[in-house]
Ligand binder design. Sequence first.
Ligand SMILES: Cc1ncc(COP(=O)(O)O)c(C=O)c1O
Length: 380
Amino acid sequence: MTPYRIPFNKPSLAGNEKRYMMEAIERGHISGDGHFTKQCHALLERELGVAKALLTTSCTHALEMCALLVNLQPGDEVIVPSFAFVTTALAFALHGAKPIFVDVRPDTLNLDEALVEDKITPRTKAIVALHYAGVACEMDALLAIGNRCGVPVIEDNAHGLFAKYKDRWLGTLGALNTQSFHETKNFTCGEGGALLIQDARLIERAEILREKGTNRSRFLRGLVHKYTWVDYGSSWLPSDLLAAFLLAQLEACETIQTRRRTLWERYVRELEGWARESGVSLPVVPEHCRQAYHMFYLLMRDGAQRDGLLSHLEERGILAVFHYLPLHQSDMGRRFGGKDGDCPVTESVSGRLVRLPFYTCLTDSEQGEVIEAVRSYQGR
Ligand SMILES: Cc1ncc(COP(=O)(O)O)c(C=O)c1O
């Protein structure tokens, strides 16, 4: 049990999770690629219009599949934002790449497209576009750079399922795109993810990598008489029990997103006056982006004001958190050549950001308490 009255995150049930999991058990298929996995694939492909969806055991593992699909060789480079989750870089580093850390825009905190082209070399194998908080990167610019330089763009869309960039779904714009269904995400099965493939030439190999390097998918379709070891890979397909849980959540997309939008808009409405007076910035969502309502964050004036707010909330039983620590300044980032001052926006934002409790089952009165507690913070 959390010692906090209002935790930072809580998994929210959509309604049909237990029933679908029981049904998976009754169907007698609880390993991967059963009835519910197929339903999840079909739903994602239908709703997003993506060529192929493959559930994975995590977003991290979907990113690892991307590393293999772009054929990384030792010494190759992958461009990643420094303001990112560890595995956005780790998944590629694990497969031999040197992460090239690029700074983010001060408004959306997304990869700064104006800095990317200068970082591209003959060894660049991918540009990873992480849509922070489910607000799109400037995809037209990134895709144009990718096309010009012959480098695929991979979307790390862990935060952004059902968000749009200029009327196009996030997770369908890159050649390869990854989703997370971790407990903290809008749609969850505890631990899980997906690889969304838009470049149809990569589908067959992705199926092989995900199935332990075997051509089992072709065997199951009756295309080969027996299946065997044909490539690298791992065991990246989740149990159908998890897919059953996830399907219940994905089917409730509208209810979940409507509730999260209401919560997000209330935070803005009731905190904007306080923020203005306190020199605090609220999230920026450009006009041409439909966001995913994944998180609500405050950008405080400085680190002291941020730490003060975190303690102030903690004393009132409310858990707020910060992230990400700049990857270029992490122990591993330094091993890849990262130095203080390389990404000034990331360094500044990382020291000032606060994420408030934000989850689908946060009640109106709990949210009211968080808002009151924030507004009573005098640290200016
Ligand atoms: C941007 C981003 N990418 C990747 C991940 C990894 O997701 P998973 O836990 O599903 O591996 C996360 C997790 O929070 C994330 O925020």
